[in-house]
Design a protein around this ligand. Structure first.
Ligand code: ZN
Ligand code: ZN
Length: 324
């Protein structure tokens, strides 16, 4: 589980490229197939889990916060039964002051038909508007709830809950946090992530293949006395020593970019793979990367891959990274 301090981040939402899978369009917070669109000054404070079960929390600058929990039960669970269980737990937590309304009129049609959606509202020390549903397509049971202090305006819940996507689309999964937004084939899982103020990194893995996306702030300062190549090679020296590569020029999203092409050095292949005849039978892992400076956002981006071959995946994913 990741817990990050409350912080305001400006999201680069709203950009649409014709070659970008629709799944990343206006994604503000996206994790394991769950995509939530929230106002630009809201920040994720918790992201955890995977496609089977997970939780994310996004906080507004005021008292409102959105929580989304999902699971893919091994046996079908009806949203009605799951909601009653949720209310039982809630009653234990907040005591007798709790008042609940199921299916309030103003929350009609929050979700598409066929999802057995049940909107609800509750009030105790604080108040909440939420909805539970089950998606027939992916089998996920999702509970999304906007809470705030009593008397707060929760009308934003309608648009936010309506806008939640609960599965990957067209074979692509969006991942987006603190302005780093990427779409990758859905077989990739988040292996590691870094979310610092000046640097975000997603490391996504599908068995032996890895895609790593980076976003660095203050590009102008970083590049004041050096070139992009020098800066990148110095910064990522340890990582880059694992590869034999060449560098030439390319273009990403209208920016001049560096293209790194090469392969993983034999010494850095997993020990078992590098031994004996097995090594010959294995395809060499290709190293492929793009690094670019986006002056519009004053950031440096990189996408690198350790992939079985050069099949255009890296270009496709790089073109989906919203830089400005
Ligand atoms: Zn779904
Ligand atoms: Zn850009």
């Amino acid at each position: 589980m990741l817990r990050v301090g409350r912080r305001r981040a400006a999201y680069g939402g709203g950009v649409r490229e014709t070659n970008m899978p629709a799944v990343v369009e206006r994604a503000a917070v996206a994790w394991a197939g769950i995509t939530v669109r929230v106002p630009h000054d809201w920040s994720p404070t918790v992201v955890s889990g995977d496609g089977t079960r997970g939780h994310l929390k996004v906080m507004s600058p005021d008292t409102r916060s959105l929580e989304v929990r999902w699971e893919r039960p091994s046996r079908p669970v009806s949203p009605a039964a799951a909601l009653q269980r949720y209310f039982t737990r809630l009653r234990k937590d907040v005591g007798d002051k709790l008042t609940i309304r199921e299916r309030p009129k103003r929350l009609d049609a929050l979700r598409p038909g066929g999802q057995e959606a049940i909107p609800y509202a509750w009030e105790a020390e604080c108040r909440a508007v939420g909805c539970i549903w089950r998606c027939a397509e992916c089998g996920r049971l999702v509970l999304a709830e906007l809470t705030a202090e009593r008397g707060a305006d929760l009308s934003a819940a309608v648009d936010i809950i309506r806008g939640i996507r609960d599965h990957s689309e067209g074979g692509w999964t969006a991942w987006a946090l603190y302005g780093l937004t990427i779409a990758v084939p859905e077989r990739y899982r988040m292996e590691r992530h870094t979310l610092l103020t000046g640097h975000q990194r997603f490391e996504l893995r599908d068995r032996g293949t890895v895609l790593t996306a980076d976003r660095w702030a203050l590009a102008e300062l970083a590049l004041r006395d050096t070139t992009l190549r020098e800066w990148f090679e110095r910064r990522e020296r340890a990582e880059l020593s694992r590869f034999a590569y060449e560098v030439d020029e390319a273009e990403v999203r209208g920016h001049q970019a560096l293209r790194f092409t090469g392969r993983v050095r034999i010494a850095h292949l997993p020990a078992r793979a590098a031994r004996g005849a097995a090594a010959l039978a294995l395809p060499a892992l290709a190293f492929d990367a793009r690094v670019w400076h986006c002056p519009e956002s004053n950031r440096i981006y990189s996408l690198r891959g350790e992939l079985p071959g050069r099949d255009g995946l890296l270009e496709q994913v790089a073109a989906c990274i919203e830089c400005h």
